[in-house]
Design a protein around this ligand. Structure first.
Ligand code: AMP
Ligand code: MG
Length: 359
């Protein structure tokens, strides 16, 4: 299967087959039509997007949306993102589409960016958890857009993982978490971005505010709007700062079973530290090409040191592999915080429960 991390492989023997209650679907036309039917009828389907796999339901059906929270074990105060397949669909979903938001949509849609906008009455409270704003995304993934078209409705879709676990970047990850809990999984291969969308508050006429970093960086947003504020909770611990603009940021996130510690240093200091603190059950999470320079330590590599795109693509599957390998403790190389690196830092500092050592 494309994108499998070695953990599990599906053998497609027939055009369509069923594993207990969860259908495994391809991105072929018949299977996409089938996914659309399930969604129209209030079911749950995991769908590929360019960011991560989403767990989709009809965004206009509060009962279907509630089932997403149940399948994931998602906290009831963490709102969902609504996915559309063309820009004109946004009109019925928002009460206002401010100029700043329009400029961002022109620049980055379709693509890995969610705009938080004032919601219209048609959006059920189940989607927004009672907020008067709604997150909207127009994905670039052709497969995701074909599924939205087949369903004929906008789709509410959070990441298709068990709440708190690393987000899924291939169908095998979804299978591991969601098998038997949802109606179907559409296998569209590996996600090209690999981290969840950039979330931008653009509900009023003020400067846009980055609520969650992703494939579209704060610098790219500032390039369009002149400036971009960064919500302080992106890099700091919610419990310490208190305020909540993006409810998702306060919840436990991306947590492997292993205890991760980020080491902020150059490679030589990292190597010294890891070699001194090595113990049974400990592993290194480092950049490509670095693992073999560590003396006999089990290692996992999560992308090239100066290439945030490659880090985004690998970070979640490496967190899942750590757990498959039964690792207890991990010393991770700390990513940079500029540009798209911030998305990787944000995920890893949370996976590390904010444990960081500066050398
Ligand atoms: P997920 O669906 O798992 O990718 O998470 C969705 C993210 O978008 C969470 O961090 C939410 O807090 C954020 N989000 C969704 N809707 C809103 C909203 N109306 N206002 C602020 N943040 C939102
Ligand atoms: Mg998520």
């Amino acid at each position: 299967m494309p994108g499998a991390s070695g953990a599990f492989c599906f053998e497609r023997e027939a055009d369509l087959f069923m594993l207990d209650e969860t259908l495994m679907l391809s991105s072929g036309d018949d299977d996409i039509a089938r996914a659309g039917e399930i969604l129209k009828n209030g079911g749950l389907v995991a769908i590929p997007t360019e960011t991560v796999y989403g767990l989709a339901a009809n965004a206009l059906d509060g009962t279907a949306v509630r089932a997403i929270f149940e399948a994931k074990g998602r906290p009831q105060d963490n709102p969902l993102i609504v996915h559309i397949s063309s820009l004109d669909q946004i009109d019925g979903l928002v009460s206002r589409f401010p100029e700043t938001a329009r400029a961002l949509a022109d620049a980055f849609w379709p693509g890995p960016m969610t705009l938080v906008l004032p919601k219209s009455a048609i959006i059920p409270d189940e989607v927004t958890c009672g907020l008067d704003t709604v997150g909207i995304r127009f994905p670039k993934s052709e497969c995701a857009r074909r599924i939205i078209d087949a369903a004929g409705v906008p789709l509410a879709a959070p990441s298709a993982n068990t709440s708190g676990k690393p987000s899924p970047t291939c169908a095998a990850h979804v299978f591991d978490d969601m098998f038997g809990r949802i109606d179907a999984i559409v296998d569209g291969g590996e996600c090209s971005v690999g981290v969840e969308s950039t979330v931008v508050y653009a509900a009023d006429d003020g400067d846009p505010i980055l609520l969650r970093p992703g494939g579209i960086s704060a610098e790219m947003i500032a390039g369009v709007c002149g400036s971009c504020k960064i919500d302080e909770n992106i890099t700091s611990d919610m419990e310490a700062t208190g305020a909540v603009m993006s409810p998702g940021m306060k919840h436990k996130h991306y947590s492997p079973n292993a205890k991760i510690t980020l080491i902020e240093s150059d490679f030589d200091a990292y190597k010294d530290y890891v070699e001194k603190n090595m113990a049974p059950g400990t592993a290194a999470l480092c950049f490509d090409g670095e693992g073999q320079r560590l003396c006999g330590i089990p290692y996992f590599e999560y992308g090239a040191v100066d290439d945030p795109k490659s880090q985004c693509r690998k970070v979640f599957s490496m967190l899942r592999r750590l757990d498959k390998a039964g690792v207890d403790a991990v010393y991770a190389r700390c990513p940079r915080r500029d540009g798209e690196h911030l998305a990787v830092y944000n995920r890893l500092i949370r996976a590390a429960a904010f444990r960081k050592i500066k050398l």
